[in-house]
Design a protein around this ligand. Structure first.
Ligand code: ADP
Ligand code: F6P
Length: 323
């Protein structure tokens, strides 16, 4: 059956570039003679029928805009059989032939559920965590890294003036990709990630000691949010080194802001591909970028895949932070 109308939603944590992906979907759909219905507030909107048409002009200027004009939400009700049945019923009522869901792994589980309820669905990966196994890259990661790096560069000025130790917590949920990239970019003394256990003496204290002997006046430790309690680590540093540590939790600032070029372009490519898959009569796919090439995979297969840190990146962070 030819797709006449696509439903489009953003779900889970927002990421810079989600709006650029919305624009790409709407403009590509327009080229293919397909209507787009924007669903607000993720799967909540699908359950409640919270939808509005999205035309060519509605997405003007969206490439540079952070956040998501569709709003996003977490919707526990949708994780139940009843919630998914309600959503599928709403799709039929609204004349949605297929759905494009922009978000992370959880969002793709939702898309899989919908496809099992007869609504062909496509997942577009967008999360600052870059923790989706089927793709090397997720929309939002690069902008979030840049935001964190800009903040840490500023912190460094004051930490240097006071000869302090700065501990900075970055987001990433259970993954350390953001921490590793940021740690390399700022030349941190230590980078702690959930995927690799650390030893306080070897991985922190000794690095600070060596760095001090070489004459460094300030020290930076990047802690991925899933790697441990940053306040406890700061206390340990204080006791062990006599330094005056300061903790900064960057938090949601990492999710905001205008997306950089990499995220705008990735969003454009992925959004276009998502619509073209549906126009070709294919569905139940997740868009991915692997070795630089745009691809798509079966949602179920994609969700079975596991992602580890890129070992070469982790090693680079470790070697360059050796004090
Ligand atoms: P992300 O998409 O960023 O990983 P979440 O894990 O919070 O974010 O998931 C976003 C939403 O996707 C959830 O609030 C829920 O509505 C839906 N979802 C998550 N897991 C499932 C699941 N197993 N089945 C159906 N829907 C799910
Ligand atoms: O998945 C994106 C993310 O920002 C994670 O890095 C973080 O753990 C989580 O979302 C925070 O979620 P919330 O916005 O609900 O506080």
């Amino acid at each position: 059956m030819a797709v006449k109308q696509i439903g489009l939603l953003t779900s889970g944590g927002d990421a810079p570039g989600m709006n650029a992906a919305v624009r790409a979907v709407v403009r590509t759909a327009y080229e293919n003679g397909i209507e787009v219905l924007g669903i607000r507030r993720g799967y909540n909107g699908l359950i409640n029928g919270d939808a509005a048409e999205l035309g060519y002009k509605d997405v003007k200027g969206l490439s540079s805009m952070g956040g998501t004009i569709l709003f996003t939400a977490r919707c526990p009700e949708f994780e139940t059989e009843e919630g998914q049945q309600k959503a599928a019923k709403t799709c039929k009522y609204l004349g949605i032939d297929a759905l494009i869901c922009i978000g992370g792994d959880g969002t793709f589980r939702g898309a899989l559920g919908l496809s099992r309820h007869g609504i062909p669905s496509i997942g577009v990966p967008a999360t600052i965590d870059n923790d989706i196994a089927c793709t090397n890259y997720t929309i939002g990661f690069d902008t979030a890294c840049n935001t964190a790096v800009c903040a840490i560069d500023k912190l460094r000025d004051t930490m240097h003036s006071h000869e302090r130790c700065s501990l900075v917590e970055v987001m990433g949920r259970k993954a350390g990709h953001l921490a590793v990239y940021v740690g390399i970019a700022v030349g941190a003394n230590a980078v702690l990630v959930p995927e690799r256990p650390y030893d306080f003496q070897t991985d922190i204290a000794e690095k600070i000691r060596r760095s001090r002997i070489r004459g460094r006046a300030h020290f930076d430790v990047i802690v991925a949010e899933g790697a441990g309690n940053i306040h406890e680590i700061a206390e340990q540093i204080k006791e062990e080194t006599g330094l005056d540590p300061r903790v900064t939790i960057l938090g949601h600032i990492q999710r905001g802001g205008s997306p950089g070029v990499r995220d705008r372009v990735t969003a454009a490519r992925m959004g276009r591909h998502a619509v073209e898959i549906l126009a070709e009569g294919r569905s139940n796919r997740v868009i991915s970028i692997r070795d630089g090439a745009l691809q798509d995979l079966d949602i179920e297969e994609a969700l079975k895949m596991k992602k580890d840190l890129q070992e070469t990146m982790y090693e680079t962070a470790r070697i360059l932070s050796s004090g």
